[in-house]
Write a protein that binds this ligand. Structure first.
Ligand SMILES: *[C@@H]1O[C@H](CO)[C@@H](O)[C@H](O)[C@H]1NC(C)=O
Ligand SMILES: *[C@@H]1O[C@H](CO)[C@@H](O)[C@H](O)[C@H]1NC(C)=O
Length: 413
């Protein structure tokens, strides 16, 4: 009889199946990461696009154990080096190297070869790791587009759920196109999601945007998402997630400001205002229950203070952020004849999407690529997308009366 009690206590625990960590097909579970090797050498931008295609990034390494496991995994897969998910913006300063998965800069552990990172001259901000030879496991920074190197992609690990067709990062996604009712108004869409133990999707990161885009690839649509405008320009997520940590609204949204719902454009991933009373395709999301340890949640880089400072002559403005001409909005007295330049950057996997939301200038605004070539001369409200994760903007105000200047919003794209 004595034995019964402990057995009774243990049984429910044993009866519950252990969480089975799940990686998407093609990926292998390595410690707590889902990794995939692409043997074909690629330039950095191509490598990043290959990884973001399904909501991933290049592999992120934060400790020695992972560094060793990644080195071994690469060597076993038959590649002698791999790009890794880091981008450095300054020479010999590891706290200016940012992880691809948006967890911020290097804090303590790094494995740079002696003298690195170097980002200028013959070097560059992209980082790779030899996996064999004397430099095996060491990190080396190089020019991003000068070298072709094999790739290791990482997507967040998830939990197996037999009832889930689209499983990503511990959540299950349900597309309305796979339900009996494929389009609905906001309130009805919500009810349909709730019937499936989910709710309209709440989107927390660029990586999640990339994953959702992958679900709709090949079918262009506006997809209703789970956010609502509660006051002018103030939104909340249905799941209570803090709106200010990730805002992917199109700064050049042309829809009516009294529309209180949002749709995501499946091609760009950007969000636009939409009427809550129109029927749209919609996306439901439910968290998959973890019964054992959950991997660390993504720490989203804090957005810039959205207040309108010009950020004139900033050498490293991280997206998301806003720049304006010096003395923006003052037409009288005339805008000061000030020259300003801005260097705007984002993490390795993305490009910078710069939306000029307001322009009233005499001179054009110049936008330069990382290598100094002009890729846009901006005169009107428009969005430009940089070829890489670094852009420079130049503006020479004339000091003439009647021009109030410009404002531009930078997002990772
Ligand atoms: C490295 O960058 C950090 C963050 O910008 C800065 O605070 C620090 O002073 C820099 N260190 C050196 C040696 O330049
Ligand atoms: C920005 O830098 C340029 C070039 O160094 C300088 O001429 C200009 O006065 C600076 N602008 C401001 C507002 O400090």
């Amino acid at each position: 009889m004595n034995l019964l009690l402990p057995i009774f206590l243990i049984l429910p625990v044993l009866a519950r199946p252990q969480d089975q960590l799940e990686c998407p097909s093609g990926y292998t579970l390595v410690i707590d990461k889902c990794l995939m090797v692409i043997k074909t050498p690629m330039r950095h931008l191509e490598a990043e696009s290959a990884c973001t295609y399904n909501g991933g990034t290049l592999v992120n390494i934060r400790d020695a154990i992972t560094n060793r496991a990644v080195t071994q995994f690469a060597a076993t897969a038959g590649i002698d080096k791999t790009w890794i998910g880091l981008f450095c913006f300054e020479n010999k300063n590891t706290s200016m190297c940012y992880y691809d998965d948006n967890t911020g800069p290097i804090l303590d552990y790094n494995s740079f070869a002696s003298g690195y990172p170097m980002v200028d001259g013959i070097y560059g901000g992209c980082v790779y790791m030899p996996t064999t030879g004397s430099l095996a496991g060491k990190w080396v920074s190089v020019k991003c587009e000068a070298e072709s190197i094999p790739v290791m992609c990482e997507v967040p690990v998830s939990v197996y759920d037999s009832n889930c067709a689209h499983n990503f990062n511990g959540n299950c996604y349900i597309l309305s196109s796979e339900l009996p009712i494929t389009t609905a108004k906001f309130a009805d869409a919500r009810k349909i999601c709730q019937d499936k133990n989910s709710d309209l999707v709440s989107i927390h990161s660029k990586r999640e945007v990339d994953y959702i885009k992958s679900l709709y690839r090949g079918s262009k649509s506006q997809v209703l998402i789970g956010a609502q405008q509660i006051l002018p320009n103030t939104y909340t997520w249905l799941d209570g997630y803090d709106w200010n940590t990730f805002d992917y609204r199109d700064p050049l949204d042309q829809q009516r400001t009294d529309y209180n719902c949002l749709t995501m454009d499946s091609a760009t991933g950007l969000w636009n205002r939409a009427s809550c009373d129109y029927e749209y395709a919609f996306l439901c999301k439910r968290p998959i229950q973890w019964s054992t340890a959950k991997p660390p949640t993504e720490v989203v880089l804090s957005p810039q203070n959205p207040s309108d400072f010009s950020n004139c002559n900033t050498t490293l403005l991280m997206t998301p952020g806003t720049i304006t001409s010096y003395g923006y909005l003052s037409t009288s007295p005339p805008e000061p004849a000030v020259y300003c330049t801005w260097r705007i950057v984002t993490t390795g996997p993305y490009r910078v999407r710069l939306s000029f939301t307001d322009i009233s200038t005499y001179n054009d605004i110049y936008v330069y690529n990382e290598d100094g070539t002009t890729f846009a001369r901006v005169r009107y409200s428009q969005s430009v997308i940089s070829p890489s994760n670094i852009v420079t903007v130049d503006f020479q105000a004339t000091g003439r009366a009647g021009y109030k200047g410009f404002r531009a919003v930078a997002l990772a794209y």
